[in-house]
Design a protein around this ligand. Structure first.
Ligand SMILES: NC(=O)c1ccc[n+]([C@@H]2O[C@H](COP(=O)([O-])OP(=O)(O)OC[C@H]3O[C@@H](n4cnc5c(N)ncnc54)[C@H](O)[C@@H]3O)[C@@H](O)[C@H]2O)c1
Length: 238
């Protein structure tokens, strides 16, 4: 497959390594607005684009791919507030978009565990719930897209919580999502339920960026020739 990389930072380089090891070719690396202006026509040669860029460019990058009829896999986080609009454009123009706030297979198993635990905990009001995430100091968005996905699942399943807040909650109906930034941490997420009697915790620790890049490549290999909007639940068939 011929792959266009949109964003050639830490993740773009990791995706490149995995892509080459699986026999694919990288035909384009766009890493700035300037690169787009000079090289965007090359998108016509690609089979699929993989975007790991910056939150403020993700939506424009996706629309550029749609203009070229190019299926696009998006790992960039921090733009999901615009998802409904992007979905609408994707459907109207019959394009293909695969997005995930976290491409790691392990994290997606963790998402399923989180949902199951929240279902069980709905009957046990004595447990208070919180989420903590830790990432490297260069991460631009806060809380992480993964923590927001965890929080949204809990909100949809736990009747006693109505909204998440990114500080210590002041009201019982708020779910606290606390972020930490430390040197060299690829991504750690903890969901804790605490009562006077005991604590229950589930935790996912990413040991490197390889799991994210591998999941994104699996999505890139799966997406071409499909039309519509997909995410990891479609790929992993949970
Ligand atoms: N979904 C996942 O599994 C997953 C995993 C890790 C990181 N991420 C997200 O992926 C994104 C990238 O992460 P990173 O660690 O590689 O960041 P990074 O800062 O190392 O790389 C981002 C790159 O995008 C480039 N860029 C800026 N404007 C651009 C534009 N208009 N078009 C193309 N490229 C542009 C920058 O020059 C930079 O090299 C972040 O949003 C991060 O949160 C997602």
């Amino acid at each position: 497959m011929k792959i266009a990389l949109l964003g050639y930072g830490k993740m773009g380089k990791e995706v490149e390594k995995i892509a080459l090891s699986r026999g694919h070719e990288i035909i384009l690396r766009l890493d700035s607005e300037d690169d787009w202006d000079k090289q965007r026509e090359m998108l016509a040669e690609a089979d699929v684009a993989v975007d790991f860029s910056v939150p403020e460019s993700a939506m424009t990058n996706i629309f550029h791919c749609f203009d070229f009829n190019l299926p696009v896999v998006v790992g960039t986080t921090g733009w999901l507030g615009q998802l409904e609009h992007v979905k609408q454009v994707c459907e109207e123009h019959n394009q293909a978009l695969f997005y995930a706030s976290n491409f790691s297979v392990g994290v997606n198993l963790f998402f399923e565990l989180n949902r199951r635990l929240a279902q069980l905990m709905n009957n046990y009001d004595e447990y208070s719930v919180s989420i903590e995430e830790t990432h490297h100091i260069h991460k631009l968005d806060k809380p992480s897209g993964t923590a927001i996905t965890l929080a949204d699942s809990i909100l949809s399943l736990l009747d006693r919580k109505d909204k998440w807040v990114s500080e210590k909650p002041e009201n019982d109906f708020e779910l606290g999502v606390i972020s930490h930034r430390e040197e060299d941490v690829p991504g750690t997420h903890i969901v804790s339920y605490t009562s006077d009697i005991d604590d229950i915790e589930i935790k996912h620790i990413a040991k490197s960026r390889r799991g994210f890049a591998l999941g994104a490549m699996m999505a890139a290999e799966w997406l071409p020739r499909k039309r519509g909007i997909f995410t990891m639940a479609d790929l992993l068939k949970f």
